[in-house]
Design a protein around this ligand. Structure first.
Ligand code: AMP
Length: 511
């Protein structure tokens, strides 16, 4: 049997000089330097600790920790020991954790020491045997106990089809499901991105994303590790501190909100981006306005890509030439990945027509943890995964995302794609951003409602806005009501939580 453990592949990519710097933790009190040897030894010690617990094979190990280099090491150690890593958003509270821990039944949980009281109680209640603590200042029982173990360890033998991680989907709609990802899923995706995005010797990644999500944990970390590249590591995203380190950086990955926050930072200049080779955006739709503003301000073009927890990365705008990157599109299928657009009867649609995005490839997950029916529902009979996203494919295979199928509004029998209406709204003077949702309506079934954030100092007149829209799009797409808010509710990855908006405004047309 050949060794397919993802950790072994990452370890094999470490540079020959193990005393070179692998990670510089840039927002600790004093900068902390980790060599490749430190990563190797630290992950070996944690893996040996895990081994000493004699957990059942393929045990889930849940992490509800603040971001830190040691938290990344915990992830790598879980792979190394051959168990299944389960990252949890550190913002999750008791009700959410009760669900995740009850559903995943982890054998081991690692949490911040300030949360040990309630998390350990909850975990022991779900028959978890071991709860350790890990803080972002290198304290906690996990490292105390790991320090007692040897600093060498042979990575567990794993097959490509063995589980490596379970990622609970972000749950902006419905109940969160655990996407089961294998060593093969993660490694194939990392290898494809390494070559497609031109990772090269001397690259330095600035890592400022959370590590409980596919973007920061997999796309960013695997990219650097598989290339033996140094990371400049931030536990927290502070735009000014990030811009201050961009001159030492060649690759940066962010969600659109990170880019808008960086644009608000006066020190962001072309000089600050002098060494930059690649800025990647994903996880939520990138506004054309941000795409344009970034190019104007820095001289660099954002590369937008599309993916999800269940499939890892699916499509990407071209790496070269930079001028071929198009705003409003998420590019073409990655090598080895197939993307198609079908109607709701499962029939292929011609280029340019809107339908459900379906995908196939070595990156597509094994299914939802303990939800066989849900898994079966989400695959077609010919085994393509139905992403739940709606979009169009151009004749040259370029994909555009129109929205989530669950966000689709059906009003008086007509389909309205929120992203389309949001695009028109965002162009109107005074509008900073918008979210278009459907809410129950006695006549239309659902009514189109726009939730807007106004630009500072702008006043928005509902009637004038509706008139401006009516001149441009069909009447059934024009919002029946326009509501103003100081900001839109977003999750940690910057996705607008339309479920919360729908809930809040569900009685708007009642009675
Ligand atoms: P998650 O599993 O939390 O990563 O969420 C995946 C979802 O985020 C996808 O199904 C899309 O709806 C959305 N998404 C990811 N990347 C993009 C993108 N570049 N543009 C628009 N939506 C995106």
């Amino acid at each position: 049997m050949t060794q397919q453990n993802l950790f072994a592949a990452l370890r094999a990519a470490f540079p020959a000089d193990l005393d070179a710097i692998a990670i510089e933790a840039a927002d600790s009190h004093e900068p902390l330097l980790y060599t490749w040897r430190d990563l190797d030894r630290g992950t070996a010690m944690i893996a040996n600790l895990i081994d000493s617990l004699a957990l059942p094979p393929q045990s889930r190990i849940a992490a509800h920790t603040d971001k830190s280099v040691e938290a990344l090491m915990l992830y790598l150690a879980v792979l190394r020991a051959g168990h299944v890593y389960l990252p949890l958003n550190s913002a999750y509270q008791a009700a959410e954790l009760d669900y995740f821990i009850g559903n995943a039944e982890p054998a081991m949980v690692v949490c911040a020491s300030r949360n040990f009281g309630w998390i350990s109680k909850l975990a022991f209640g779900h028959r978890t045997r071991h709860v350790f603590t890990l803080d972002d200042d290198r304290r906690g029982t996990l490292l105390d106990r790991a320090a007692l173990h040897a600093d060498a360890q042979a990575p567990a033998q794993r097959e490509a089809s063995d589980l490596a991680a379970i990622l609970y989907t972000s749950g902006t709609t419905g109940r969160s499901k655990g996407a089961m990802l294998t060593h093969g899923n993660l490694l194939s995706n990392a290898r494809v991105l390494k070559s497609l995005w031109g990772w090269t010797g001397g690259d330095v990644l600035l890592h400022a994303l959370p590590i409980f999500h596919v973007h920061g944990l997999f796309v960013a970390s695997h990219g650097a590790l598989l290339n033996g590249s140094k990371m400049i590591w931030f536990n927290r995203f502070d735009p000014r501190a990030v811009v201050a380190r961009l001159p030492d950086t060649t690759v940066f990955m962010g969600v659109p909100t990170l880019y808008t926050r960086l644009l608000a930072e006066p020190s962001l200049t072309p000089e600050a981006c002098g060494l930059m080779r690649l800025f990647v955006s994903g996880s939520a739709p990138l506004l054309t306005e941000t795409f344009d503003a970034w190019r104007e301000r820095t001289g660099h073009t954002l590369l937008e890509r599309y993916g999800m927890s269940e499939t890892l990365m699916l499509t990407s705008n071209p790496y070269r030439p930079e001028s071929a990157r198009r705003s409003g599109t998420v590019g073409q299928a990655l090598p080895g990945v197939a993307v198609r657009v079908h109607d709701d009867k499962g029939r292929p649609l011609p280029a340019g027509e809107i339908g459900g995005i379906e995908v196939k490839g070595p990156n597509v997950f094994k299914g939802y943890w303990r939800m066989p029916e849900q898994t079966a529902d989400d695959f077609t009979t010919d085994l393509w995964f139905k992403t739940g996203d709606v979009g169009t494919l151009d004749a040259d295979g370029t994909l555009r995302i129109v929205g989530r199928s669950k966000d689709l509004i059906i009003t008086g029998g007509y389909n309205v794609y929120p992203t389309e209406v949001e695009g028109y709204l965002n162009e109107l003077p005074g509008v900073a951003e918008s979210a278009v949702i459907g809410v129950p309506h006695p006549d239309f079934g659902e009514a189109v409602v726009a939730v807007l954030v106004a630009r500072p100092g702008a006043s928005i007149d509902e009637a004038a806005l509706a008139a401006a829209l009516k001149a441009r799009i069909a009447g059934f797409k024009v919002p029946k009501r326009v509501l103003l808010r100081p900001e839109l509710p977003r999750n940690a990855m910057g996705k607008v939580q339309k479920n919360l908006l729908r809930e809040q405004y569900r009685a708007l047309f009642a009675g």
